[in-house]
Write a protein that binds this ligand. Structure first.
Ligand SMILES: Nc1ncnc2c1ncn2[C@@H]1O[C@H](COP(=O)(O)OP(=O)(O)O)[C@@H](O)[C@H]1O
Ligand SMILES: [Mg+2]
Length: 365
């Protein structure tokens, strides 16, 4: 592996009575060469601290960081061959675009010819050609972020670090920049570590995602694994929309579990820790629940088996789909999203089919 975090813990002195704050808690993972790896999680979960530990701006309280076979403990930030792109751009206001990008090369004492050539190449890649003499205050936020990306790329770092680089841009530009960052990363095959709290951004950009919760690794996997097979309520809830139904496990059979929700029996996908008699949660995405009122699929045996009766509390038109809040019993609600032509009304009685392959037991933590 190219970059290894080996049991990294970082504690900060807290304020006042707090004692120590554990920002990163026994984090171990490995990142491959050329990989686009993302740390995703809510504010305060330890993403920035992890990135700063990798960059060398902070030192771990315990644990080791190894890059390309070399332990980084005694290597200062400027000798780690890494470059960082920040949310705040952090470009020099008194330097032109060209000089901002050239800065790292001048420090490394490259010749003027080499600097002109390298900066020119990177400006083409980042679509900044023609803006050489602009000053930062004459540029839009998107252009400034391109300059900070170009400045990071031009020194050909071993690892490129991003700390929420798109958070200050409006939604449309953010999406555009996402594609460009991904495209550049692929073309240059540069190992990238990206920090964000935006799940859609993480899904769109990453080869793999590490979801963090209170300094700990909650789950590590490809975007598909994280979205489709979340291992805990925390992960399922953080990434996308999720329903959780309290249930009781009655019997287990292969990878299926027979459970009860209220007085209704359902068959769902099991989990390794499930045991008969146990209380559990069923996880199902709103887009995986089907409304089967009078539908032919209700004659399918599995469908009849996994149908819950409910009543629409609130129907909302969302353009490409409908969103329904459905009451399925005393205090229990399911969120359902459909793309079908039929629109159900507030108050209407419905039958909801939970496909056994999409309704799965899930752990709390
Ligand atoms: N320099 C510091 N001193 C004290 N506490 C810090 C410091 N930096 C971060 N923390 C704390 O560590 C936790 C993780 O912070 P951070 O890594 O910035 O989270 P994130 O980037 O995921 O929002 C938070 O509780 C934060 O308050
Ligand atoms: Mg942060």
């Amino acid at each position: 592996m190219y970059l290894t975090l080996d049991h990294i813990t970082k504690k900060f002195p807290g304020r006042g009575q707090e004692g120590l704050v554990t920002a990163v808690d026994d984090l171990s993972l490995e990142i491959g060469k050329g990989e686009f790896f993302t740390f995703l999680g809510p504010s305060g979960c330890g993403k920035t601290t992890t990135l700063r530990l990798i960059a060398g701006f902070e030192f771990p309280t315990s644990g080791k960081i190894i890059l390309d076979g070399r332990q980084l403990e005694d290597v200062p930030p400027n000798k780690r061959d890494m470059a960082m792109v920040f949310q705040s751009y952090a470009i020099f206001p008194h330097l032109s675009v060209f000089e901002n990008i050239a800065y790292g090369l001048r420090i490394k004492k490259f010749s003027n010819d080499d600097i002109r050539r390298k900066v020119g190449q990177i400006m083409t890649l980042t679509k900044l050609t023609g803006l050489e003499n602009r000053m930062p205050n004459q540029m839009s936020g998107g252009q400034q972020q391109r300059v900070s990306l170009a400045r990071a790329l031009v020194v050909e770092p071993k690892v490129l670090l991003f700390d929420e680089p798109l958070s200050n841009l409006d939604a449309k530009l953010r999406e555009e920049m996402r594609f460009e960052i991904r495209d550049l990363q692929r073309r240059l095959n540069i190992t990238s570590i990206y920090v964000t709290h935006d799940q859609e951004e993480a899904l769109a950009l990453s080869d793999r995602i590490a979801i963090m919760n209170r300094g700990k690794l909650a789950q590590l996997g490809t975007p598909e694994e994280i979205y489709e097979l979340p291992r805990s309520k925390f992960v399922a809830d953080f990434i996308g929309l999720a329903n959780f139904l309290p249930a009781h496990v009655r019997a287990l059979e292969d990878n299926r579990a027979r459970v009860t929700v209220g007085d209704k029996e359902l068959v769902v996908t099991s989990m390794p820790t499930a045991a008969p008699g146990q209380a559990a949660l069923i996880f199902v995405r709103p887009s995986d629940v089907q409304i089967v009122n009078g539908d032919a699929s209700a004659t399918n045996a599995a469908a009849v088996q996994n149908v819950l009766r409910g009543q629409i509390i609130k129907a909302t038109y969302l353009g490409e789909k409908f969103d329904y809040r459905v009451r399925i019993g005393e205090g229990a609600e399911l969120r359902v999203q459909t793309r079908g032509a039929r629109r159900y009304q507030d108050g209407e009685a419905v039958q909801l089919f939970l496909p056994p392959e999409h309704a799965r037991l899930i752990g709390e933590e």
